[in-house]
Design a protein. Structure first.
Length: 660
């Protein structure tokens, strides 16, 4: 049975629609969390009519789910397990695989048996903020009864699995079940009725909390100044990236929690649910300035390590997880989340917002929160069935790396930006042409990267400052830059105007200085090194007659790169040059008569200029933008980690331009 077959089963279209409606409300479920199901019927591989359970696959996001996000299992097989005394997780997982009615690649939800054992046709499990607030405070059973009425049952926290499924099934005569530290389960024989019941129970919980809400503690923080925020982000990203690059996401709305006088109590309340913990980790931090980052991260890491040491016998086959905290509250700034890339960091920030909102609601309504115990935290942190939801495998060459590319709207710069995006980089795109930048940004995203278009005049100090500041604010730091912006200025020395000479120096030399000067303190503040790549030219080593202003400026750029290598080495900052020759594809450098001028200088027709340049090389082939991009990506990656102060020629072999 394919996904299309599953989608055509009775009730599944309504299930998909209901699931998306639930997923669209972040107060009901977080990214990848919650689960929905329906019971239906279909034909097995022998064309026999069988009862089926169609349930959300583990880790699938309800907000965007379609039929491919569900798994179908033979319901009678699942029901046959109800009378077991014990059903261990490993055995249960194998059993689910053997009970599949479809051929989908995703694992069925951990909660499959809970859905199967309830007799209703449609079942929902959500992690609604208001419900979690009721179940995570003091005296939760009394509170649930008082808030939701006697027909809603309460179950103290039990890790999802066979035992919880049997416990909930015994309560099927209730209207719904609240699970301590785990959310709400509702059911009905009609999809719309199931959704309506979920909404109704959650609304009752919200009204109860609103009526009990005490005066919210006053805020104690003012907005963090830009320079202080930048220093903190650089310190945090640098500290978190020692064991592998992390990208940060800043959620300004998190100030509602970070600025509270009792922000530490909010964090002490712990994660609202197991799905929250999977993303936010057990021990978030508070940092009020760059100087607090190191001690706060170290304390969080020590707590995570101690948790593992105390309870590792519970999961002897699982080694110590990455102990770095994933979430920081920064008064005056908001919530800062760290992930392997911007998408993951954004998801973590969204989940953190929900778990902190629950904790704050508990404190405001009841004055105290009852967190999960350390043993339960460990069981969730190291539960193989939960860990299986997380992405695995080696990242791409520049995954988690943040790079600025100037002159990114066309030609070599565009090719470089797209190439970096294709290997996972986060690319800040700088150029004067805002419309083209937006187009490049879309292409970078399509290639699998992350883009931040910034209209920039690279000759203006304030524009360079804004470019770097925006990059750090968006992703938390910066790992490298490709200083590529350039203009062609032609004319013999004796006839060259001062304004033309100055323009070439401004764009082709000074702009590179401005970018390097702005970035080097940022690299130092992060403490994880950096890589600058200067895109020069064959003319830096073999100048062309009538091309003096350009050739001199490009030679200055090469010398600048060497100075950066000399002065940045002690901080792990590498600086290298990529020196191409005559790249025509998509380049606007040849506009405004340059092609015709250079063709005349070499005594060829304009349409023959590209062939002329190729013919003068040793390899007799033209140089493409993608060839330059490959060399740049190498210089930015760890594959060139022992290389600095070097020049890579990408000119098909022009002997006169051999570096010397």
């Amino acid at each position: 049975m394919t996904a299309a077959d599953v989608g055509s089963l009775p009730g599944v279209a309504a299930l998909v629609s209901r699931s998306r409606a639930i997923g669209a409300d972040p107060t009901l479920v977080v990214h990848g969390g919650g689960n929905t199901s329906c019971k239906t019927a279909g034909l097995d591989h022998l064309r026999r009519e069988r009862r089926l359970l169609v349930i959300k696959a583990s880790g699938t996001d309800l907000r965007t789910i379609d039929v491919n996000g569900f798994a179908a299992l033979f319901l009678d097989d699942l029901l046959a397990t109800r009378d077991r005394d014990v059903f261990e997780d490993d055995d249960m997982t194998v059993f689910f695989a053997q009970s599949r009615a479809d051929i989908g690649p995703r694992r069925p939800s951990i909660e499959t048996l809970l859905h199967a054992f309830l007799p209703a046709a449609h079942v929902d499990h959500v992690h609604a903020d208001a419900i979690c607030a009721l179940g995570n405070g003091p005296e939760p059973e009394r509170t649930v009864r008082e808030a939701l009425g006697p027909d809603v049952a309460y179950v103290p926290y039990v890790r999802p699995g066979f035992v919880l499924a049997r416990t909930v099934s015994a309560l099927s005569g209730a209207e719904a079940v609240v699970l301590g530290h785990h959310g709400l389960v509702t059911w009905a024989d009609d999809s719309d009725a199931c959704y309506a019941r979920t909404r109704a129970v959650v609304a009752r919980a919200e009204r109860y909390l609103a009526a009990r809400r005490a005066v919210v503690p006053p805020t104690t923080a003012t907005a963090l100044p830009g320079d202080a925020a930048e220093a903190l982000l650089l310190a945090l990203r640098g500290r978190l990236s020692r064991a592998g690059r992390r990208v940060l996401a800043v959620d300004p709305a998190g100030r509602a929690i970070a600025d509270r006088a009792d922000a530490a109590a909010v964090l002490a309340a712990g994660p609202a649910t197991a799905d929250h913990l999977l993303r936010t980790r057990a021990f978030p931090i508070i940092a009020r300035g760059a100087g607090e980052v190191g001690p706060a991260v170290e304390a969080s890491e020590q707590r995570s390590t101690e948790l593992w040491r105390r309870f590792r016998d519970r999961e002897p086959n699982v080694g110590l997880r990455d102990t770095r905290p994933a979430v920081a509250l920064v008064p005056g700034l908001g919530t800062v989340a760290a992930g392997r890339d911007a998408r993951e960091a954004t998801v973590i920030a969204e989940v953190a917002a929900r778990t902190h909102a629950v904790a704050a609601a508990v404190l405001d309504a009841f004055g105290a929160a009852i967190p999960l115990g350390d043993r339960d935290l460990f069981d969730l942190e190291y539960w193989p069935l939960e860990l299986a939801k997380l992405p695995t495998g080696a990242g791409r060459d520049l995954e988690g790396r943040i790079v600025v590319v100037t002159g990114a709207a066309s030609g070599i710069g565009r090719d470089i930006a797209v190439a970096l995006g294709s290997v996972g980089a986060h690319v800040a795109l700088a150029d004067l042409d805002a419309a083209r930048l937006d187009d490049v940004a879309g292409t970078v995203e399509t290639a699998g990267g992350h883009a931040l278009p910034c209209r920039t005049d690279v000759t203006r100090e304030q524009d360079i400052d804004a470019l770097v500041a925006a990059t750090i604010r968006r992703w938390g730091g910066v790992d490298g830059a490709v200083s590529n912006a350039g203009v062609a200025v032609t004319g013999r020395i004796e006839s060259l105007g001062l304004d033309e000479w100055s323009r070439s120096l401004d764009v082709n030399a000074t702009s590179h200085f401005l970018l390097a000067r702005r970035l080097m303190p940022a690299f130092r503040a992060q403490g994880i090194g950096g890589s600058l790549v200067f895109v020069a030219s064959k003319n830096a080593f073999s100048p062309g007659e009538g091309f003096g202003a350009y050739s001199v400026a490009k030679a200055a750029e090469v010398q600048l790169a060497r100075m950066v290598a000399l002065e940045g080495g002690r901080d792990g900052v590498r600086s290298n040059v990529v020196s191409p020759d005559a790249v025509f594809g998509g380049s606007r450098l040849w506009d405004m008569g340059l092609r015709e001028e250079r063709a005349a200088a070499h005594g060829v027709a304009p349409e023959q200029l590209q062939e002329f340049y190729a013919a003068r090389s040793l390899l007799k082939i033209p140089v493409r933008g993608v060839d330059v991009a490959d060399a740049v990506a190498f210089c930015l990656s760890d594959r060139s980690s022992r290389m600095t102060g070097c020049v890579l020629t990408v000119d098909a072999g022009v002997p006169a331009a051999f570096p010397r």
